[in-house]
Design a protein around this ligand. Structure first.
Ligand code: NAD
Length: 432
């Protein structure tokens, strides 16, 4: 992590193509394949998602008109177990983005040693523009459109950007109505009352913090008093900020889609959470010594750890040269483009890669699914203890791989994942 490392991405071309998430995922796969001399057949196998289901989602709006939205569910690979991955509601969602996110879920489950393949889904919609009733009808129609490929043994959705436990409850209910009995194991991230797990809401942020803590320990950097900047103040970013502040880290900058705030002394995260609960945006938070910043400024502020926790494509070749963070911890999926990866590597800024760093959510989703199947529920301490064990185990494997191969942590995480996938594929063989 600290010494010279080989780049995980090929040399840049003179004409950099616009960054498409699926192209970025394939570029990463090709790099790993080359590095581990992956069997050509297996490499080819992994370049294609197993199933792509695109659906139209007609919704009767409150004013009586019908609007049609575009939805997708992509299962990238199911060699190691049922497909697993979140559902995203976003106005700019594309099929290529869903394919990339599904691919990263395959790698994430493999690097964590979870018995799952990867999937992702979503609807191209701005949920902020819908009433609660419209949101419920959209969710239920989307759930019934994808019901033919999801199920506790087949494909298990979970929350992602702009989806939450209530939306998971509607999906669970819709699916259960269709099959005639209650199937809590069809989704994770559900409310506790219908088979959710304690600790699931905080799991992704908690996992990010475990990985940051361990990376700081290895680098012999003190965590107490260190500074952090968090982009995105949703499910993942707000929990990261809260837990880090509780550990004595100064969270100096936070933002959401509309902008952010900065305080050299550290922001009062508890107060910001209370304001958010009342519907306030981050940029409207006022306190002595606090100033407004843009998302661009946040990404470039001087801090010990920068935590992108919003969307893909945030750290790019354009802003990477100006980054002043000492470390990047990828709480979001795909926040750093391959070109930016190369720039940060040259600047010796370690990146804690997404498929490892934000895997706390899918890990506790796995616990939730196991609890649902057994109808036997754990206490929160058990959940958090087992989460920490799995996160630390995966970190150790990745770190070891990075040291042995003299490679960066992203390539190391992908190597661990692709090797496991390749083994499973070899054992199962290609049907027929
Ligand atoms: P969320 O919807 O709860 O929050 C997203 C946050 O990002 C919001 O504060 C939003 O305002 C902000 N945001 C959106 N667009 C932005 C932009 N252009 N610039 C700055 N901020 C912006 O979503 P989440 O569940 O916290 O997910 C965030 C990221 O973490 C995503 O990449 C997601 O795939 C990833 N992730 C989520 C989970 C999970 O369990 N929810 C698990 C693993 C990874």
């Amino acid at each position: 992590m600290k010494t010279k490392m080989k780049s995980s991405t090929p040399a840049p071309s003179s004409h950099s193509a616009p960054v498409n998430a699926w192209d970025m995922a394939l570029e990463q796969l090709d790099t790993v394949a080359k590095h581990i001399r992956l069997d050509r057949g297996i490499h080819e196998f992994l370049r294609y998602p197993k199933t792509i289901l695109s659906v139209s989602v007609p919704v009767r709006m409150d004013n009586g008109t019908v609007q049609v939205f575009e939805g997708h569910r992509v299962q990238h690979n199911v060699t190691r177990g049922p497909a697993k991955g979140g559902i995203r509601f976003h106005p700019d969602l594309t099929l290529d983005e869903v394919k990339a996110l599904a691919f990263w879920m395959t790698l994430k489950c493999a690097v964590m040693g979870l018995p799952y393949g990867g999937a992702k889904g979503g609807v191209r919609v701005d949920p902020k523009k819908l009433t609660l009733g419209e949101l419920e009808r959209l969710t239920r129609r989307f759930a019934s459109e994808i019901a033919i490929i999801i199920g506790p043994e087949k494909d298990i959705p979970a929350p992602d950007v702009a989806t939450n436990p209530q939306i998971m409850a509607w999906i669970m209910d819709t699916y259960s109505m269709g099959i005639g009995y209650s199937a809590p194991g069809v989704v994770t991230g559900k409310p506790l009352e219908i088979g959710g797990s304690l600790g699931r809401n905080e799991a992704t942020g908690r996992g990010v913090v475990v990985i940051i803590e361990e990376a700081f320990r290895r680098l012999k950097w003190p965590l107490r008093g260190a500074t952090a900047a968090v982009q995105g103040f949703g499910n993942v970013g707000s929990v990261c900020a809260k837990l880090l502040a509780g550990m004595g880290v100064k969270v100096i900058a936070v933002s959401d889609v509309d902008g952010g705030v900065y305080s050299e002394r550290g922001l009062d995260i508890e107060k910001m959470l209370a304001a958010k609960a009342k519907g306030a945006g981050v940029k409207d938070f006022h306190a002595p010594g606090t100033t407004r910043i843009t998302n661009e400024e946040l990404l470039e502020c001087r801090c010990d750890v920068l935590i992108p926790a919003a969307l893909e494509n945030q750290i790019t070749k354009d802003n990477a040269p100006r980054l002043k963070a000492r470390m990047v911890a990828e709480a979001a999926n795909g926040p750093t483009t391959p070109e930016a990866d190369r720039i940060l590597l040259k600047k010796k800024i370690p990146i804690l890669p997404d498929i490892l760093t934000n895997a706390g959510g899918v890990t506790v989703s796995y616990f939730e699914w196991v609890q649902d199947i057994q109808s036997f529920f754990w206490n929160e301490d058990d959940v958090n203890k087992r989460l920490k064990e799995i996160m630390m185990g995966a970190f150790n494997n990745v770190f070891q791989e990075a040291q042995t191969g003299n490679i960066d942590l992203r390539l190391a995480a992908q190597v661990v994942a692709v090797r496991r996938l390749a083994e499973a594929l070899k054992i199962r063989g290609v049907y027929p």
